[in-house]
Ligand binder design. Sequence first.
Ligand code: FAD
Length: 231
Amino acid sequence: MGISACAVCDGSSPLFRNHPVAVIGGGDVAMEEALFLARYASKVYIVHRFDHLESSVVMARRAMAHPKIEVVWQHEALEAFGKEDGTLAGIRIRDRRNGEVSDLAVNGLFFAIGHAPATAFLDGQVELDSGGYIVTPPGSTATSVPGVFAAGDVMDRKWRQAITSAGAGCIASMEAQHFLQARQESGAATLVPAVALDAAWAAQVKAATAAAEQQGSGDKAAPATAVPMSS
Ligand SMILES: Cc1cc2nc3c(=O)[nH]c(=O)nc-3n(C[C@H](O)[C@H](O)[C@H](O)COP(=O)(O)OP(=O)(O)OC[C@H]3O[C@@H](n4cnc5c(N)ncnc54)[C@H](O)[C@@H]3O)c2cc1C
């Protein structure tokens, strides 16, 4: 007990309040996790393999300026060890410069080393982005394949929360219903063709996604852009 992959989900637990915790990673997610944890923990160690952070400058500055946050440079975590009651006692870390192994006493360990969406099974049938997330236009769960909708962690680069996944699931069910209704009304067969990739539609999805990213929203969904569904 005491190991988590989500500071926002678990960081405020009494397990970590006023106790030292560690975050493994050196990117934006690690900085964000560390800053969130610093609200509750007595001390936040960022254990990072390199001598420089890989996050954006602004996030790095914010984290480095926080009095409770300390970066443990050029160290990698080897193992976590616990107390008799099953809670975390600390982590064993190795200095990459000289191989020296030491223990860091922490009550919490948070991973911020990336997230791999479980989309391999799609095997290229639906468009994915460079991180393996299913591409959907802002404000919609439509995918590159008409009639296939994606919701939850497989299409959400940023939030990946139970409630946002449930919300996306709700949108997906309504979009699927509208899709079937539109097909029925247009006289088309109600069955969705297996992989009927409409190139024009896919281009619109791409353009809408690129436009949202260009607006500086990054992973954050921009206001919904109307993308007509092909029938
Ligand atoms: C340790 C941890 C703590 C978390 N704590 C919180 C929290 O406190 N609050 C919060 O809001 N969020 C929390 N989250 C995030 C939250 O759990 C996820 O955002 C949410 O579960 C995503 O829902 P989902 O339906 O997209 O995916 P999942 O809940 O992962 O469901 C995916 C389902 O698809 C199934 N599946 C996978 N591949 C296939 C396949 N090929 N064929 C058929 N089925 C398949 C899986 O078995 C699974 O049942 C936490 C996550 C983790 C890992």
